[in-house]
Design a protein around this ligand. Sequence first.
Ligand code: AMP
Length: 584
Amino acid sequence: MASEKEIKEIYENGMNILEDLTNNVQEIQEQLLEEILKRNAGTEYLSRFFPNGQADNQSFKTNVPIITYEDIQPYIDRIANGETSSILLAYRIIQFLLSTGTSGGQPKLIPMTAESFEKRMSDLLLSDLVTRKCFSGSDEGKSLYLYFIKPEMETPSGLKASFFTTFYFKTESFKNGLAKFCTSPIDTILCLDNKQSMFCQLLTGLLQRDEVVRFGSTFASVLARTIKFLEDYWRELCSNIRTGYLSDWIIDPGCKNAMSLILTRPNRELANSIQQICEDKSWEGIIVKLWPKIKYIHCIITGSMSQYVSLLEFYGGGIPLVSPIYNSSESSFGINLKPLSKPFDVSYTFLPNTAYFEFLPVSKDGEGKAQETWTDDEPVDLANVKLGRYYEVVVTTLAGLYRYTVGDVLKVTGFYNKSPQFQFVERRNVVLSIDVDKTTEEDLSKAIMKAKLILEPLGIMLTTYSSYADTSLTPGRYVLFWELKMKGSNDLPKLDAKIMEQCCCMVEESFDFTYKSHRKGGAISALEVRVVKHGTFDELMDFYVSKGVSVAQYKPPSCLKSEEAVMILNSGMVGKFFSPKTMF
Ligand code: AMP
């Protein structure tokens, strides 16, 4: 694990490390691949591809196939069932990471070694360093970071499997590093009951409101959830502060103990100021009102998280949103070297010492839509990607993944020294599909952003959305779920059928040629928007959390595949609207 010495080294020398990494991309990548092969070419998995025993970088690229999780799953399953991990990689697996991506409905298990954990840690530390450098004075205060864990699983072989965040929050690295700057006591983060954990973390954040300079979490969805919780519980939080007594439904021993050291006396004055702020009809800027020294909001806001940008801008009162890092259970990829970039301009600079990266060119049609299959072009190296082109990222790691497609499509937006910077575009496999039309996550997000512009002048906020392809009737239609509320309050807007119909039309207008031609030809029915009441998407999150997804890594699905999930959103429906039958 990253020792205190290593952490110190990164904080003292981090900018030089970054310069060195980004100036020597090609060399570092080639050396890393050599090292991976030196160690792992003899494993049962890889040795098949080197029949004459020659495992150099060139034969790796010619012989080893590009794969998905399903190709490697038999090896993972064998290890999970007790066979030695040396069938796949030379170093010992310390545990599996659970990915939020699934295979056949089950979470993917990704091997992790002590070394691969360290690599992720150094990327996290570098990213933290870059962000802090950008905001003077942010070193001094505390972070109100809402962090949560999920129970671990155990494989038949006794190896543990958990989400990365759960593993990380339990390490000494976290305890001796980031946790020292956090307002939340470690025991409140490690509480398995997310509701008790959230209450206690918000309570400690409010008790230390004058010290908080950073507000954040892993993903923007957690912060959206936090704001909703605050709306529901601020009175009770104030009452705890006023009386000095912790609510009696907080029964987790770790939370109780931690809170007894912080909630030590009644504080009427603080409770009154918080109450006054929360009683305001408009919650615009509530985050800076409650924590006046906050300099930035820190969480991932790209990809499927971009739907929370306007919500965080509203509640954050315009303070910068910083999207620090792009990573996954499989590997860390890159960090944001320009923390002040506007949310839709965020790019991540790849760090070449993390994994060996290759990029499959993805063709885009005239409207910027990714084709579902990649072209026949050969994959290119990190040092050879071209500005403005789209690629799907493929990783080879020290921890047992060889030419593994992660499923993310990225666009090259620039270079820092010699290291490419990428914008996250979409997850390749997340699509709405009817007939041969394939609507990607990015298509959907762009279309909804345009429709939102119709609602905004009316003071109506679209706080979150999802969708599904309703093929129960023929022809099928795309259904969008929208959670709407008024800007200054949680009130449901008066839904004007004409305006809502305009929104439906705008979404359809924004879709691509294939969609429109199928709609015109009658292969797809009129698009439907179902408006759901405030809080319905929280129920959706509860549902996924109950299925084992970690709150800290929850990403609201832009497209629903589960009937149960559709039912949950349907149960909160307060109105439905359609495009005109004939549109194009
Ligand atoms: P998981 O393995 O569960 O951590 O999920 C990893 C996936 O989350 C990635 O492959 C991306 O699709 C998504 N993801 C992670 N970081 C970002 C980011 N900064 N921007 C957009 N999507 C991200």
